[in-house]
Design a protein around this ligand. Sequence first.
Ligand code: SF4
Length: 681
Amino acid sequence: MNSNIKIALGDLRHSTLGRHSIYIPIGIGYIAAYALSHNSLNREVVRLFDDPNVLIEDIKNWKPSILSLSNYCWNAELTHRIFRYAKQINPAIICIAGGPEIPTEPEKCQEYLLNRREIDFYVVREGEVAFSNLIKKIQEGFSLNDLKSIPQEGILSIHPLTGELVAGHPLPRIQNLDVIPSPYLTGLLDKWFDGRSAPSMQMARGCPFTCAFCSGGNQWYSQVVRFSQNRLKQELTYIAERIKNYPNILLAIWDANFGMYPEDEEISVYIGELQNKFGWPNAFNVTTGKMNHERILNIASILKNKMQISCSVQSLNEETLKIIKRKNLSMDKYREIQAEIKKRGMAAVGELIMPLPAETKASFFESIKILFDHDVDYIVPYTTMLLKGTPLASTECQNRYQMKTKFRLLPRQFGEYEHEKCFEVEEVCIATSTMTFADYLEGRGFAFISALMSNKQFDVIFKHLKELNINKFDFLFNIFEAIKSGNSALSTIYDQFIEETKDELWDSKEELFTHFNKPENYNLLLAGKLGDNVIRKYKAKMFKDKWTDLIELAYAIIKKCCQNPDEKIIPSLDAARAWMFAIRKVWDVFQNKEYQESIRTLHLDYDVNKWYASGENSEPLTSFDNPTDYKIYCDYRALRNMLSQAKGLYGDDLMYQFGKIIINWDIELFWSKCEYLNNNF
Ligand code: SF4
């Protein structure tokens, strides 16, 4: 019996330039809680980590005998680096990996593990039982070579003598999730209640859908199983009591389809009660379900409309949808849901992935047009990622659709650990048999402009479009054409966006590693000049440097698209433009102390503020022709408080903080206040 076991469990994240993830590592929490309850292990011999530098110190000083790390596309290189380091320090340490970042085709899987010989065991699919069984066998004294040579259920290894892949049978899924003790209620995750981390949890596991680009679409995960309501309520209360002093920290629910099931409704009622009692949670990170939208809408209301409803379509091209095995809602139903979302004061968001098989440039642009015509406010465009083990990433699929792939650095995901640099890389598709690379770039360009304007910051513009009967897609296409032509004040930043979109792509991982390992290139990453999410980076740049030009261009296009404007329309639009300049300079509000503390006045011939506050179905702006004086100011105390939270969450880099805030936070928090100087109500 081996009684000297010490287990380090890690879900590691880079934090070289701000933390990649702020979420409490619930996955290793479940693994640890299950292993502790099913083996004779003391609590003290299991430690959990998310910071690689802290783990490195513990590898040196605490000297774990087992190192187990999660392996996702965003940390696979870091995981590999730490395994290598651990084996250098202690060749006898047992290294166990787990997670979806492993190919499923046997030859590719073998090659993957042969290239990572430091990994002794790879736990596939659900990790709790397989990991715990392995620990038991190690405790019982089985030799490492025996364990690696004989198939272990739910585990892969490389045979120490033959180099063959040794694959144990898959274990059945856990049916009663409550057999996994709660990592929250057992105190395993307490150290993360520090005001810098967001609680995350699972209510259910499994997904009945089969999307070909997602590892959750595998048949093995199709059955949906749940934690008991009682257990979830206890966990939520435990969390709320500890996080209530950080009301802006969100709650993440990692279910594949939250809100689709009656149990989600019941648990939401409970979360609503916590909101009343503790003032938390006020924001959520959830992926809502693809069916039962009435229930999801009801849940949004229960949660005080603070939960974003995802209505992703990924593509609207029928042929593409067939290939990726995805069925979207009918567009009539889609429109109905978007209208309901908006009624609740939330934004309707449509997600698209490009390029997917059979998609063309024309069909991609058409998809954006259809989404806008069906009342979507914001488009979120993604480049097609090829995730290991998914049908879309299979050799067969790549050959059939002539998918051309490249490699790019995951935004800001790099670091230097024990004198070795390490970079996370994703494989993306940038052309197919139906979409050339040039088409892809143009699609990205339009997606960038759509994403740029896809922000509450521009709701005034979209109110004008509706009122003046201007098609949203036509408006955005006009903006796109004006910027792309090179004659706009915004063209330089747009061109930089396109250049960086090209330059971030590499033919192989090795080529990327070689480039960024050179000190001069690594320094560019450290300085934040390269290696960021390009849409976020250039969106922030536009908001910072070109806000005035962007608004000028938007109003110029509105005026151009106006059919027969009467004599009031142009002056009313000018008033609205001046109001936008006065209220929504978010970069100044974000970082300019003098601006934050200043009190300004504004005179307009139209009461734009009242028109805006009257909401979706107000009278037209031209009816608000009432000369008005406003006082404009910021609540700078509340602002400073938010800014210090942003710094805690995202680090010191102002542009990074700003980029995160304008995308992830309610941007209204950064608008100046507007009060009447004369009494117009
Ligand atoms: S994308 Fe979502 S719905 Fe589709 S298989 Fe994955 S988890 Fe399920």
